[in-house]
Write a protein that binds this ligand. Structure first.
Ligand SMILES: Cc1cc2nc3c(=O)[nH]c(=O)nc-3n(C[C@H](O)[C@H](O)[C@H](O)COP(=O)(O)OP(=O)(O)OC[C@H]3O[C@@H](n4cnc5c(N)ncnc54)[C@H](O)[C@@H]3O)c2cc1C
Length: 455
């Protein structure tokens, strides 16, 4: 018997792969999934009406790499292929990504040609950044912040105007704190082993590539062939966890919703007892924890305080999400993915996604404003209200995009401690956590975004 803690995408996918493994190995592992709330999907929540879809958390999925291809395989297996809406390289949402600097929106270059031209707010064509990387000596380091790394290799403008807003978009975080070794492992290794990114890239082009063993579904193959940038799900991303939940249920996984686990007691290397909020206990042989690291910390605190301390050292940030719908015939925005705001602009917003451009079937203009992240408390204090965030979002959208209309509909959500921050040393911290589990023979596996990345 095994229990999965958490019914977000991490927990649900774990159930999917454990079932697959059961089938492949003729195993008959009995599975339980325990989710604290009455909903499966974690941060994925969609509001769907006949005119618009509001995504209150994630909205796009990357098809690239082994993880991306595996996800597409899973999506096809779940029967969701026909609901996939890809953003291909020629789509405006793939080509037009902007940054907001000095009261202006600037398009980031999206083609090779653009790299040779001077694009404001950059003072020189981006090709100069590659020259900077070639001539700059490298520093032998164990890890570094993404900001330091990019400033060292490509110069301050790239760090401020390209990478810092990108980090806001990926994890609502500060590039001056996030680990380059974790988020840009290959580039960091190129610097460390070959003396620079361009040198590493050249060497990698001539080295033999190891083949990808993954068997691709038709959908994954199509995504590769058509070079999808990202994709969304028509009708809302929520359909994905809904389908996974139904799949687990159909395959006899016991789905316990509104079941908060309050403590974990490890008995021996093959036995563990879970204390549920209701006072009940569940004994299993193994636990797969997909709950945030700080939640797991409180469950193991009593028996393993040292482990709890390291788990708590993984920081999380809060994000405000304001979805806006304008029922206008003519779009109020130019076709683009949206824009991000570099932290040096000191704006209350992190960026705006142009949902009506990225997602199909929207009858009007739909925007999502993201606020706070690493700077949430600094900008809005400890007790901000939804009304305050809504007013800020509407004011910023009004002045940056010159939108005078009042939204026809809106939704505000404050997602408390929702995104883990992979700060400098994250690799080593996760390693330390897994080493502790191994050396103490604890029957627990760690999954989910706290440890190995968001997707
Ligand atoms: C605003 C926002 C936008 C994002 N955008 C994107 C995007 O566009 N693309 C992308 O790929 N990723 C995106 N992400 C990241 C992505 O959403 C996460 O990586 C993913 O949803 C994490 O899933 P998870 O299962 O690891 O965790 P979670 O979704 O946090 O799920 C954990 C679950 O555990 C439950 N739980 C907690 N404690 C207990 C307990 N004691 N007992 C039982 N259950 C418990 C919770 O209720 C929750 O349901 C975004 C994240 C946020 C917050």
């Amino acid at each position: 018997m095994a229990a999965i803690l958490g019914g977000g995408l991490g927990g649900l996918s774990t159930g999917y792969y454990l079932l697959k493994n059961n089938l492949n190995s003729n195993n008959n592992l009995k599975l339980y999934l325990l989710e604290a709330t009455n909903y499966c999907g974690g941060w994925i929540k969609s509001i769907r009406t006949k005119d618009y879809v509001f995504e209150q958390g994630p909205r796009t999925i990357r098809p690239k790499g082994v993880t991306g291809l595996n996800t597409l395989n899973m999506i096809q297996d779940l029967g969701l292929s026909e609901h996939i809406s890809p953003i291909k390289p020629d789509h405006p949402a793939a080509r037009n990504r902007m940054i907001y600097v000095n009261n202006n929106l600037y398009l980031l270059p999206s083609s090779l040609k653009g790299v040779f031209q001077k694009n404001e707010p950059f003072s020189k064509p981006l090709i100069y950044a590659l020259y900077h990387d070639l001539k700059k000596p490298h520093k032998q380091l164990k890890d570094d912040s993404i900001y330091n790394f990019v400033e060292r290799r490509f110069g301050k403008e790239i760090a401020d105007y390209a990478i810092s807003p990108m980090i806001c978009g990926i994890c609502a975080g500060d590039a001056k704190e996030i680990s380059v070794k974790f988020l840009m492992k290959t580039l960091f290794e190129w610097e460390q082993t070959h003396g620079g990114v361009v040198k590493g890239l050249m060497k990698s082009l001539f080295s033999s590539k190891t083949g990808n063993e993954l068997v691709l579904s038709d959908l994954a193959r199509k995504a590769q062939e058509e070079k999808w940038s990202v994709y969304t799900i028509k009708g809302g991303l929520e359909m994905f966890p809904n389908k996974l939940q139904a799949h687990l249920k159909d395959n006899n996984v016991t789905m316990n919703l509104s079941t908060k686990v309050e403590a974990i007691e490890f008995v021996d290397s093959g036995s563990v007892s879970l204390n549920i909020q209701t006072g009940e206990k569940l004994s299993v042989n193994h636990v797969y924890s997909s709950i945030p690291a700080y939640c797991l910390a409180s469950l193991v605190q009593k028996q393993h305080p040292e482990l709890a301390k390291t788990l708590k050292d993984i920081p999380f940030v809060t994000v405000g999400i304001v979805n806006l719908y304008f029922a206008t015939q003519k779009p109020l925005i130019k076709p683009a993915f949206g824009f991000l705001v570099p932290p040096i602009e000191n704006s209350p917003i992190l960026g705006v996604v142009f949902d009506s451009c990225c997602m199909p079937d929207q009858n009007g203009t739909v925007l999502t404003v993201m606020l706070g992240g690493r700077w949430f408390e600094e900008k809005f204090g400890k007790n901000t209200t939804s009304e305050n965030l809504y007013n800020i979002a509407v004011k910023e959208v009004g002045s940056i995009l010159d939108i005078k209309d009042k939204p026809t509909a809106f939704n505000v959500n404050i997602l408390n401690r929702c995104i883990p921050q992979y700060v400098v040393g994250h690799y080593e911290r996760v390693d330390e956590i897994r080493q502790y589990i191994k050396s103490n023979n604890l029957p627990i596996s760690l999954i989910g975004s706290s440890y190995d990345g968001a997707n």
